[in-house]
Design a protein around this ligand. Sequence first.
Ligand code: PHE
Length: 370
Amino acid sequence: MTIDSMGSEALARIAAAEDAAALESLRIEFLGKQGSVSALLKTLGAMSPDERQVEGPRIHALRQQVTDALAARKAALDGAALAEKLATERLDLTLPAPQSPRGSVHPVSQVMDELAEIFADLGFAVATGPEIEDDWHNFTALNMPESHPARAMHDTFYFPDAAHNGGRMLLRTHTSPVQVRSMQQQGAPIRIIAPGRVYRSDSDATHTPMFHQVEGLVIDKGIHLGHLKWTLETFLKAFFEREDIVLRLRPSYFPFTEPSVEVDVGFAVETGKGGKDRRVLGGSGDDPGHGWMELLGSGMVNRRVIEMSGLDPDEWQGFAFGVGVDRLAMLKYGMDDLRAFFDGDVRWLAHYGFSAFDQPTLSAGVGARA
Ligand code: PHE
């Protein structure tokens, strides 16, 4: 075979190589130790000087041509591979996520955000306190001394041996100790809500050992029961997003409020019979006039509590209330078993959970969109 035909055959085969592996075996075939071009170079040693002068440049030129062709083909193959990779692995971050979103906001978190939004509009700040609380803040300072019978109703989880200021440590049974802590820490006036977890040794369809409350506290001068009623009415109308909310205040007893009022809620609905009936919120379906839903405890802050929290009760008065957050969520969003709130069942969460984009705002209505 002449050098020329060797060259053209080599170049044709290199140009036709389909991938890097084929190209590498061609390189070995031509330029490897046993390669055909290498063999040709070895023939130079046996040539006469004249012959070598003619053949030398031709053989070297052949080697150069083959080397260049291999490099060019390799560049072309690499470029094609890169282009293909770019085409298949293209990631456009501006496109919407292809999968449906996985996580969701728990109804309890959503309702707490709704409450914070509603009360922020009324000038309330959000306060917090420890869930591991001492006996004094949870009971004594709230006018429940050691032997007070109301303590027995709280089904308290006590820590076995931790003591603080002579009292035992416990899991707070309500958010009311945040009233005491707020008065101690910031003095007066005060307008706060305090949402959070509370614990009682109790468990059935409507009670779980951990649940959520939101406490409200206003301390100022000349505060009276009318302020309490207006605040609760305004809050509940905003929360349930309807104007026909009606409240019923019943005399009650809490050691830390005097007087104390239990608040029931109902709203008027068209019965379809032409008249309007009171019907309980989320209550027993088609039974209009079926009474009221007991929703929260409240009252004027007992002057003994104000005093024990370091303020002068002759100068400062106020009201407080405590609501079950889980209960509010059940009423608004229609769940009927409290225990399911804390099972972590992904189907329940997918059904009742909220999109992270569903930020409650007063302008859009605090209720989440369907
Ligand atoms: N702390 C009370 C409870 O858990 C509720 C409450 C709060 C009542 C504030 C009156 C005032 O039952």
